[in-house]
Each structure stands twice: as C-alpha cells, then as structure tokens.
Design a binder for this molecule. Structure first.
Ligand SMILES: Cc1ncc(COP(=O)(O)O)c(C=O)c1O
Length: 457
C-alpha cells in the first residue's frame, strides 16, 4: 500500500478555529510580525514546534491517573527512573521540567569562563546556556550539513577533522565536554550515523573529554540509522538506541520531543560526583531529585512515552509523513533542506526569496506569508534566531542559512492536514516575487526570536 495511514485512531478531538485572510492580516500586524506572539486560537495548523505539542496515547492518559504526587520517593519517580535507565543505560538520572533546565544545570556544573564546547550544531537554548557561562559554543557539522540542497544520508554528522583541529588549537583542559545533537534540529533535523557517533566518542575519550548527547530526538535518529546505515537494517530500534548511548557519558533530554510528553526533561550521567553537584543545583531551582519540577503524573507520561516512541510502526509512519510533505513541495520547485529530516521540513527561504536580503529576514517574511495564506504557523531558523551583532563594530551579521521550519507535532495532525499544508506552500511559492522583507524594530538581549518585533519594509 502507498497511502500513509496513522498507526492509531482518534479517541478525542480538539476543534480548530477557522479564520479569514482579512482577520489574519490584522492579527499578524498586532503581533508585530512575530508568530510567537500569536494566540494559538488564531492558528489553524500549528507547526511552530514539535516540542510538547504531540498527542498522548490512551496508555499515557491511563498512566497519568496513576501519578503519585508524593514529594519524595514517589512510585511515579521509580517508574520514570526505571524507564530512563532501561532506554539509555546511564547510572544517574536527574529529572528537570524541560530540556533547557537540564542544559543549564549541566553547563553550570561543567563549564567555566573561557571554555569551549563543540557540538554538531548547538540548538538555540543549548548555545545560550553555554554562552551564559562565559564559554564558547562551536558548531562543527560536516560541510554537507550546511548546504541545504546537498544530499547525504547523515548530514547531522560532526566533522571529526575539525574537532581534532579544535582540540589541538584550544587544548583539552578548555573543553569540558563534546556534545552531539541527535537529530541535528538547527540544521534540518538531520541524523547522525552510528559510525560518526563511534568516531567522535573515540576522539573525546582519547583526550579524556566526556562525550554527551543532546538526545531530544534519539528515536527518530535511531530509525534513520536502521533505514540508512549498512549493518543496521535487521537491528531493532531499541538495540540501536542501546548501542548509541553506550558510547556516551551522559545526555540532556527534552521529553517534549521523543519522550512523547507535553512537558519534562532530564539529565543523565555515569559520574557520581557530577550527579551530586547536579542534584544540589536541581534542589535550588527545580525541585527535589525525585521530581525535579515535574508532577508525578508527568513522570508517568514520560515513562510510557519512552517505551511507545520505540514502536517501529510509529517511527515508520512518522518519518514517511514528514518525507511526504517535503517531497510534495519539492516536486513543485520549493527549495527545501534535502533530504527531508525526521521531525520537520525546512524551506530554504534564501533560495526561494533571493530578492530579500538576509538582514531583511527572508525566513521570517516567508513564515508570516504562510500564516496569511492559510493560518499555518511555522518558525524562522535564520538571521532572526542566529544573526549576531559584531561586538566591536556593532555591525549586524546574518546567519549561515535562512530557513523556515515546519515542525510536525507527534500524532496530532492527520494526512489531510499535511495535504492542506502542501497546497498552502505551493500557493505562496507561486506568488513569491510579491513577498516583502521585514525590518527589526525591537529585540531582547538573549534569544531574541521569541519576542522580537518587526515591520514590513
Ligand atoms: C535539539 C534541542 N535541544 C534542546 C532543546 C530544549 O528543550 P526544551 O524546549 O524542552 O527546553 C530543544 C527544544 O526544542 C531542541 O530541539
């Protein structure tokens, strides 16, 4: 059968409010052309993020009812800890309210001013948390990973030659850890191969540097390995995950992605002394180490989610549905990051809108246009998110790429919603010459994309 079907049926529905083009024009202006400022009720198809926006299963809702809300040592914590250990194999598990809390604790404990942290590509919160410690976040993705149209099965791989050079240049004592983000969200949701993981871990360990995963989309990455890497076609996804994580000394995780939960995260390590320091910090801001800012019912939902996310029928549908969206728009000429990633399709706004200069934010302009056209909310991953101000001259520098991300919430939308998105993108593509750029009118000092304001040029 060619037709993609969801490997689940729907038990509970949530209405979508329809809006007109005219209404959306007024809404967008009032939001200062920043889609983060929209009320979700004004959005028809919300592809802003795949983070915390998925639908939970009947088993997860059943587990929620089992939630034990005891302050210390709850049964829900026991089930959560067991599920995390069974999936990832680390000795110490530190629960947090979401991924960035795990990052803040990890980098507060491991990094100091002047340190350097290599990653294939830092996600924005990861970069911000590294830089907040006075350390430098260095992205070392392979060259193909930076070329949107380049086809490579594992475009998220780290450039191991560049990693060796960096270590030689700054010295091991200034590199507190090496991290790999699976899948590589900021560069197209592209996977990392087992061979690359093995090689990076070997380099790290040869220099006595701990090796960590940003594990948000570990299951999608593992399924890509099964589909694309020689020797893994007959392995189960669980076996692949076990092998991947055996190379690492720890991980940060946002359970809002492949934890199939609406909130939650955790930090793992095999180092007892480090775990103690992390727990001390956890108590200060997140909570007692057996709940870490989460309700018992959230811990339960994550424990079940970590098991369900490894179901291969689900992963097959998940990647096929994302690929369907990418292939259908690419076939009409829309430039996308190739090949389609796991959780999202990324439109190359620089290639689609060459008449808009990078500092007039083509990605942001395109995201606004998709909202106007069909009420679709996407997000810019370009010069709004990653542009920089040169410290000496004050000059604005654009990002390497101008992408618009259409992130697909897990198990929330149907294939007919995907067809609607395809149609809307093609409509906008056909009138791309008429799209105008944007001018920044206000920005915050950190993570400016969440609150920046714009007006049309
Ligand atoms: C790769 C990656 N790392 C870290 C995070 C941060 O997780 P959270 O949003 O739960 O704080 C995200 C969230 O989108 C992510 O995609």
């Amino acid at each position: 059968m060619q037709t993609i079907i969801e490997p689940f049926r729907i038990k509970s529905v949530e209405p979508i409010r329809m809006t007109t083009h005219q209404e959306r024009e007024a809404i967008l202006k009032a939001a200062h052309y920043n889609l983060f400022a929209l009320s979700a009720e004004d959005v028809l198809i919300d592809l802003l993020t795949d983070s915390g926006t998925g639908a939970m299963s009947s088993e997860q809702w059943a587990a929620v009812m089992r939630g034990d809300e005891s302050y210390a040592g709850s049964a829900s914590w026991g089930r959560f800890e067991a599920a995390v250990k069974a999936t990832f194999g680390f000795e110490f598990v530190i629960p947090t309210h979401q991924g960035r809390a795990a990052e803040r604790i990890l980098f507060s404990v491991m990094c100091k001013e002047g340190d350097v942290v290599p990653n294939n590509t830092h996600f924005d919160t990861t970069r911000a948390n590294v830089e907040y410690q006075g350390a430098r976040a260095v992205d070392l993705v392979i060259p193909e990973g930076k070329v949107p149209e380049a086809i490579h099965p594992f475009k998220g791989n780290m450039d191991t030659g560049a990693l060796e050079e960096l270590i030689a240049e700054v010295g091991t004592e200034r590199i507190p850890l090496i991290m790999i983000t699976i899948t590589n969200n900021s560069m197209g949701g592209q996977p990392v191969s087992m061979a690359n993981i093995r090689e990076v871990a070997a380099i790290a360990h040869e220099h006595g540097i701990p090796f960590y995963f940003d594990a948000c989309r570990f299951a999608e990455n593992a399924f890509f390995i099964k589909l694309r890497e020689e020797g893994y076609e007959d392995s189960s996804v669980r076996e692949i995950v076990t092998e991947m994580f055996a190379f690492a000394d720890g991980c940060t995780m946002s359970a809002k992605k492949d934890g199939l939960a609406n909130i939650g995260g955790f930090l793992c390590t095999n180092d007892a002394a480090l775990a103690q320091q992390e727990k001390d910090l956890l108590i200060l801001t997140e909570g007692f180490p057996t709940y870490g800012g989460l309700a018992g019912r959230d811990l339960e939902a994550i424990a079940v989610g970590l098991e369900e996310v490894l179901h291969e029928d689900y992963l097959e549908y998940r990647l096929a549905s994302t690929r369907y969206l990418g292939e259908h728009i690419a076939r009409q000429g829309v430039p996308i990051v190739q090949p389609p990633g796991g959780h999202a399709i990324y439109i190359d706004a620089r290639a689609m809108l060459p008449h808009i200069p990078p500092l007039q934010f083509p990605g942001q302009a395109l995201a606004c246009e998709l909202y106007l056209e069909a009420g679709i909310r996407s997000t810019e991953i370009g010069s709004v998110m990653f542009g920089k101000t040169e410290p000496d001259s004050g000059e604005e520098l654009p990002a390497d790429m101008e992408l618009v991300r259409l992130a697909i919430p897990r198990r929330a939308y149907t294939q007919s919603h995907v067809d609607y998105v395809v149609e809307a993108i093609i409509n906008v593509f056909e009138r791309r010459q008429d799209i105008r750029g944007l001018k920044l009118t206000w920005q915050a000092p950190y993570l400016r994309h969440f609150t920046a304001r714009f007006e049309q040029v």
